[in-house]
Write a protein that binds this ligand. Structure first.
Ligand SMILES: Cc1cc2nc3c(=O)[nH]c(=O)nc-3n(C[C@H](O)[C@H](O)[C@H](O)COP(=O)(O)OP(=O)(O)OC[C@H]3O[C@@H](n4cnc5c(N)ncnc54)[C@H](O)[C@@H]3O)c2cc1C
Length: 420
């Protein structure tokens, strides 16, 4: 045997799984096809700009982050607890007054302090805020239907919540599980998402550190099959054997290596622009509230679902004195594939600036960014596939960093029990 356990894939789930196995005293090898760890959480440094592979943030309120990640060492640069909203008549800020008292005046002037709708939103979220476990037992429905049923039907929803959550869920149709969305909203209320100063890639690097040379890069696993009471893996013409294997790849590869059902995946494109001037002073995620105009009130405003000035959160995302803007389109829309011109002009419109001097630093197209979580789908799925074969990844828990970490931990515990 080459090891007790071979973990296939060094994304967040695989790294957590391997680390936990090591803590439990198991001999473990991690095989990763890419040239670095991280999977969907990596940072490309292009001309001195830190461009995460698709705009993403880390929420320190995720329970798994608090438990298994040294958040201090990541030196998180937080975003403001609010949203910047483009409206026809101007740009407005709506922020959580508890955490952003300096933005209270702007929030009061935003037109979104609408008591009836906010009360309905409070009712929609109250249960999950009080008891996150309870929401998992609640009947589930699609996000859009759950807002309708709760009476969250006004401008706050149409102009702020719908566009903001579409970007977070990579779902512009509100088809995602409302129960999962409530858990996600809870973590936004409790935590202040941010980015590590060295880029999101610092997270998997930290998780990989205790594993040292046990992570083998450039090792693509072609098959996993049962052999002599354990498993055999085919890797670039060679064979490795172990008492158990954990397939910690993204869901599409996991389906082909382990035979589990392949979930529907949602995709996005993030464009990274260098801007000569900061388009806004605050580190706020920006959305286009004009999407929420009553139907028939005009064309879709443009392809960008969210934009963010990374250098307002931390200048470390760019060379000194330069500015980095991320703009994301969604591939569940026909204009998700929009070209540079359309994206640049829309993001300029969102901020209300002339973007003609902006330069594309890079672009990331991620067809399989997140597994879709349909209403009623389990928020926690089995990790054992058959004797000696296990799976983990965000498709086994919730489609998030929290889900990936928890699934990896669960798989490690299940393997440990299996090995006795
Ligand atoms: C653009 C984007 C934005 C996101 N934003 C957020 C956010 O703000 N907050 C949040 O909580 N979550 C976010 N997510 C989701 C989160 O990043 C994922 O849920 C999580 O990283 C999934 O981790 P994983 O380990 O399950 O899978 P992956 O990261 O996909 O890791 C799988 C690994 O397996 C490797 N692999 C695949 N096939 C093989 C093979 N045959 N042999 C060897 N290795 C193989 C891959 O190379 C990869 O390294 C975002 C995701 C994307 C893409």
């Amino acid at each position: 045997m080459d090891a007790d356990v071979i973990v296939v894939g060094a994304g967040i789930a695989g790294l957590r799984c391997a680390t936990r196995l090591l803590q439990l005293g198991r001999d473990v090898i991690v095989l990763e096809q890419d040239d670095a760890v991280g999977g969907r959480v990596r940072t490309d440094v292009v001309d001195g700009f830190r461009c995460d592979r698709g705009f993403q943030v880390l929420n320190p309120a995720y329970p798994a982050m608090k438990r298994w990640v040294d958040l201090d060492a990541l030196d998180l640069a937080p975003f403001c607890a609010g949203v910047l909203v483009r409206r026809s008549e101007g740009l407005v800020v709506v922020a959580d007054p508890r955490r952003e008292p300096r933005l209270l005046g702007a929030t009061l002037r935003s037109g979104y302090v609408r008591p009836l709708e906010l009360a309905a939103l409070g009712r929609w979220a109250a249960r999950v805020l009080a008891d996150p476990a309870a929401v998992k037992a609640q009947p589930d429905r699609a996000l859009a239907d759950s807002f309708d049923a709760a009476g969250v039907t006004g401008r706050v929803r149409a102009e702020v919540l719908d566009p903001f959550l579409a970007g977070v869920l990579v779902d512009s149709h509100g088809r995602t599980s409302a129960n999962f969305t409530k858990l996600l909203v809870r973590s936004f209320v409790l935590g202040r998402p941010g980015v590590p100063r060295l880029g999101m890639g610092a997270l998997p690097e930290q998780l990989a550190a205790p594993l040292g040379g046990r992570v083998r890069l450039g090792a693509r696993v072609e098959r996993v099959s049962p052999a002599g009471g354990g498993v055999e893996l085919g890797v670039g013409g060679t064979r490795l054997t172990a008492r158990a294997a954990v397939v910690a790849t993204e869901p599409v590869a996991a389906a082909s290596l382990s035979g589990i059902r392949q979930p529907e995946m949602r995709g996005l494109v993030t464009w990274w622009f260098e801007a000569p001037e900061a388009p806004h002073p605050l580190a706020l995620i920006a959305v286009d509230g004009r999407r929420g105009r009553p139907s028939g009130a005009g064309r879709s405003p443009g392809p960008v679902w969210n934009a963010a000035l990374l250098t307002a959160a931390t200048p470390s995302y760019a060379p000194p004195g330069r500015h980095l803007v991320a703009a994301t389109t969604l591939l569940d829309r026909p204009d998700g594939e929009a070209g540079e011109g359309q994206v640049r002009s829309h993001v300029g419109e969102i901020y209300g600036v002339d973007p003609s001097g902006w330069r594309v630093v890079t672009r990331h197209r991620i067809d399989a960014a997140l597994p879709a979580l349909a209403p009623g789908a389990p928020l926690r799925d089995a990790v054992a596939v058959r004797d000696g074969l296990f799976v983990c990844g965000d498709h086994r828990d919730t489609p998030s960093l929290q889900g990936a970490l928890v699934s990896g931990h669960r798989a490690a515990e299940a393997v440990h029990t299996h090995l006795g």
